[in-house]
Ligand binder design. Structure first.
Ligand code: EPZ
Length: 430
């Protein structure tokens, strides 16, 4: 398994370009199952989860091709027919987002068998709302041998209320409803930018969706969808991670091709702790929007509570906790979305951080000098927070199991090296 070797204490300086959003690209790829025509997707990030999903689509009998573009990959998909409607355990256990094939397969082909994703490091991760919603749309759901089996002779419109806001739950039902007979209204839907981006793609494919980005989404079913071309939105979590990396190393970093409107809560927090964040719309070397962090002063401790969008994102909580170890004073971090998302705290403590946890609340007492150590990544965003810790620590940090980070960050060590970090990938074979 690959490791990262980091020598800390070097402020980041320069410009880094944001990749396409993994969590927008994944549902966009499964949306292509809804039509027999070609769907062309640009700005796809070169990350492991995308490769995993492409393998799953190939298993289903779907042809896809990849071309390297100036920024990200272009993936073209045609689902003319289906070899089999099964998403196997071997692939689903690698990536929970495989559940996103369920809605499109049932809607277009009337049948799907998807291995239950099971839990992961950050929580139980149930899919009950995905299944209850599909039943409301007319699917028959059964379970056997660890698989969920969903069948329908055509779906019909329905009203569905999410008693917990679910991003992929909203995406699955929105996709399924596009081909249902009649009108579907999703209440208490997720408002994440990735949900909005999916709705934009589906509407380009001929769907009739209104209200994406609000808690009430109305989908008027149509008989079929056609092909489309679409560019994936920038990855707000990757951008937020780089902004935080600049803040924790006391550097000055321009994060290009991001969308500041998707980062309001993160920007507000960084400014609150004493970091200057400048918005330069469209003057980055690569076009698009640029956010520039100017850090270097003292960091102030500031509490944070994770919330659904547009609140402070749970996917930035681990990175923020690392930042708070370098702030003067005590900060309370409350994680409201997942029940076990403090795994990174244990590794940070081994580096010298002073963190006390109690259920979904962690208290960080700063400022503590972090010292380099051998540590282990546990999940995607936790591993990002450990990279930040290594950048801030005195001495060398060796992070094991960085395959977690490769799932959602495109060659992060190369991007960080280009802006002054001392980080190298140590492969097993080395
Ligand atoms: C999406 O996961 C993201 N993944 C996650 O990003 C992100 O952390 C999460 O949304 C929250 O923003 C993708 O988009 C591929 P949820 P998702 O359904 O959809 C409960 C990353 O790092 N729930 O919004 O699986 C659930 O237990 C990943 O890129 C149910 O109870 O999350 C949780 O407490 C990690 N029943 C809450 O809802 C359900 O049927 C939010 O989960 C579904 C969810």
């Amino acid at each position: 398994m690959d490791k990262f070797l980091i020598t800390g204490g070097r402020p980041l300086h320069g410009r880094v370009v944001t990749s396409g959003a993994k969590n927008a690209a994944l549902p966009a790829l499964t949306a292509a199952l809804l039509t027999d025509e070609r769907v062309v997707l640009h700005n796809i990030p070169r990350v492991r989860d995308i490769s995993t999903l492409r393998s799953l689509l190939e298993d289903l009998g779907v042809d896809s091709s990849v071309t390297h573009e100036a920024h990200g990959n272009c993936i073209e998909i045609e689902t003319r027919q289906l070899l089999n409607p099964v998403a196997p355990y071997e692939l689903v256990k690698q990536m929970r987002a495989s559940i996103l094939v369920l809605g499109p397969l049932v809607a277009r082909f009337g049948h799907a068998r998807v291995s239950l994703p099971g839990g992961c490091a950050i929580g139980v991760r149930p899919v009950n709302l995905h299944l209850k919603g599909l039943e409301k749309l007319g699917a028959t759901i059964s379970f056997d041998h660890g698989y969920v089996d969903a069948r329908a002779n055509g779906l019909h419109g329905a009203d569905f209320y999410f008693d917990t806001i679910s991003v992929t739950g909203t995406e699955n039902l929105m996709m399924a409803a596009t081909l249902a007979d009649g009108v579907t209204v999703l209440e208490n839907a997720a408002r994440e930018p990735e949900v909005q981006d999916l709705a934009d793609l589906l509407n380009k494919m001929g769907a009739n969706i209104e209200g994406a980005g609000t808690h009430k989404i109305c989908i008027r079913g149509v008989s079929r969808l056609h092909g489309a071309e679409h560019s994936i939105i920038p990855d707000r979590i990757e951008a937020g991670t780089f902004l935080t990396a600049a803040a924790i190393t006391g550097g000055e970093l321009a994060v290009e091709l991001c969308n500041p409107a998707h980062l309001t809560a993160v920007i507000a927090k960084l400014e609150g702790v004493g970091v200057q964040v400048v918005r330069d719309a469209g003057n980055g070397t690569s076009g698009g929007h640029t956010l520039t962090v100017k850090a270097g002063g003292k960091l102030r401790a500031l509490d944070v509570t994770t919330q659904e969008y547009p609140g402070f994102p749970t996917d930035m909580q681990a990175q923020y906790m690392t930042l708070m170890t370098q702030a003067e004073g005590s900060s309370v971090i409350t994680e409201t979305i997942f029940e076990n998302r403090f795994m990174h705290a244990l590794e940070l403590a081994r580096m010298g951080a002073d963190i006390t946890m109690n259920g979904r609340r962690a208290v960080v007492r700063g400022k503590t000098q972090l010292s380099g150590a051998k540590i282990q990544a546990s999940d995607l965003r936790a591993s990002a927070s450990l990279v930040l810790a290594g950048l801030a620590a005195e001495g060398e940090t060796l992070i094991d199991r960085v395959y977690h980070i490769d799932r959602g960050y495109e060659r992060i060590e190369e991007k960080l090296t280009r802006v002054g970090a001392k980080i190298t990938r140590v492969s097993e074979s080395d």
